[in-house]
Ligand binder design. Structure first.
Ligand code: ADP
Ligand code: MG
Length: 410
């Protein structure tokens, strides 16, 4: 890794990097700097926790002109919590440059944000819904934007967001640089992305980067109905000082948080049915280390960086292998170590093997008994779901069967 001092970095930014304790550039940061500064479109992919925020934040701060009081850069992110986190990182980096960033997101009073925009920030970080709102109200003028960044880009370009993104891009000038960042970049999304970019350069970091090796991934098999007891056992034996437990639904997360509280765990919920005030309170308490356990839906799956998270539990196993990958990436960040434990029920096996295969990782049994249960899928439901998936989804079939076989070989 190269020291920031040896790179072409503004001394004022070097000073804040120093204060933040960043001395060496992470690989993605080093590789992105020059192409980003040259103004070309680019796609940066590097593992979770490998410093992608500063990878776009640093060149942006060099490119944005503080004396020009207009929105020059727009950064879009999928969740409010992530948008806030990105702004904070940029504000720290920009401490001595005079560059101002504001966050635009749903849930917070729109008037507060209109006021913030009247103070003419240089950088806007936002979630798509509220950004569109403010464009329509003519409070947000993007006509001078020169840089657009999509963080968690594959999520931003998927079905849920793509129309919003198109609308926003139309409010920006035709000639602007666009860059995409994510740990995952599925083929079909990459193809789609080309529509909005001209000749993007791809910067992929795979090996020699700090996060993956330090993540220990486990699974444990439970019968239907005994998940919560298993979770409690896990929390009691692991005694994490900081853990995130992922649930599939908002109501599920809410109930689980309440149940754990009744069992004397120090927990807070985080999901989309809470008010923004409650969401902020949960996030702040968790970040500050006042509570050990965050029970969350996938609003916390992407991008959220809480240093020191020791354990991620998949209480409900995700359908989408990419979601698995992003969830477990909330731990073992920036070179520190971490552990994930997935609680799987018989029905989850197809998804489990797909996650294992797609992310090319080894998920180890937590105990020998778990291994036995996984090797002898003798419940009827488990076998029927095996066949259902194997038969009806041809493109996944090979992946699934391969994972299954390689698993057996071990
Ligand atoms: P990503 O977006 O790739 O998941 P983040 O940008 O959230 O990763 O960064 C992960 C963690 O690494 C953060 O806590 C951040 O403060 C830290 N970090 C980033 N760059 C550096 C660096 N050059 N030196 C030390 N820590 C860094
Ligand atoms: Mg990130």
């Amino acid at each position: 890794m190269t020291k920031f001092e040896e790179m072409d970095i503004d001394p004022r930014i070097l000073r804040s990097l120093n204060e933040m304790g960043y001395t060496e550039a992470f690989p993605i940061q080093e590789k992105v700097q020059a192409p980003f500064m040259s103004g070309i479109d680019l796609i940066g992919q590097a593992k979770t926790g490998s410093g992608k925020t500063a990878a776009f934040g640093l060149p942006l701060l060099h490119l944005v002109n503080p004396s020009q009081r207009e929105v020059q850069a727009l950064i879009l992110a999928p969740t409010r919590e992530l948008a806030v986190q990105i702004t904070k990182e940029i504000e720290k980096l920009a401490k001595y440059t005079g560059t101002k960033a504001v966050t635009i997101y749903g849930g917070q009073s729109i008037n507060v944000q209109i006021d913030a925009l009247l103070r003419r920030p240089h950088i806007v970080v936002g979630t798509p819904g509220r950004v569109i709102d403010l464009i329509k109200r003519r409070s947000l003028n993007l006509s001078k934007v020169r840089y657009v960044v999509l963080d968690e880009a594959d999520r931003m370009l998927d079905m849920g967001f793509i129309d919003d993104i198109e609308f926003i891009l139309e409010a920006t000038p035709g000639r602007r640089q666009m860059s995409l960042f994510s740990a995952t970049m599925p083929r079909e999304i990459l193809d789609l992305a080309r529509r909005y970019m001209s000749n993007p350069q791809k910067i992929l970091i795979s090996a020699d980067e700090p996060s993956v090796e330090e993540l220990d991934q486990y699974y444990t098999v439970v019968d239907d109905g005994s998940k919560q007891d298993r979770l409690v056992e896990i929390l009691k034996s692991e005694r994490p000082s900081s853990a995130i437990v992922f649930c599939r639904t908002k109501i599920g997360a809410h109930r689980l948080a309440r149940d754990l509280e009744k069992r004397y765990f120090n927990v807070v919920p985080l999901h989309g049915d809470l008010s923004q005030y409650q969401r902020d309170a949960s996030m702040n308490a968790f970040r500050a280390g006042q509570v050990e356990i965050l029970v969350a839906t996938d609003v916390a799956a992407r991008g959220i960086d809480v240093p020191g998270v020791q354990l991620v539990v998949n209480y409900d196993f995700p359908d989408d292998p990419l979601v698995y990958f992003h969830r477990v990436g909330r731990t073992a960040r920036a070179g520190s170590s971490g552990k994930s434990i997935s609680i799987i029920q018989p029905d989850d096996f197809p998804n489990f093997y797909r996650a294992q295969h797609l992310t090319k990782t080894i998920i180890k049994p937590l105990t020998p008994l778990d291994e036995q249960k996984a090797l002898h899928p003798n419940t009827r439901r488990q076998q029927s779901s095996f066949i259902r998936y194997g038969g009806s989804r041809p493109y996944r079939r090979t992946g699934y069967q391969h994972a299954w076989q390689s698993y057996r070989r071990r």
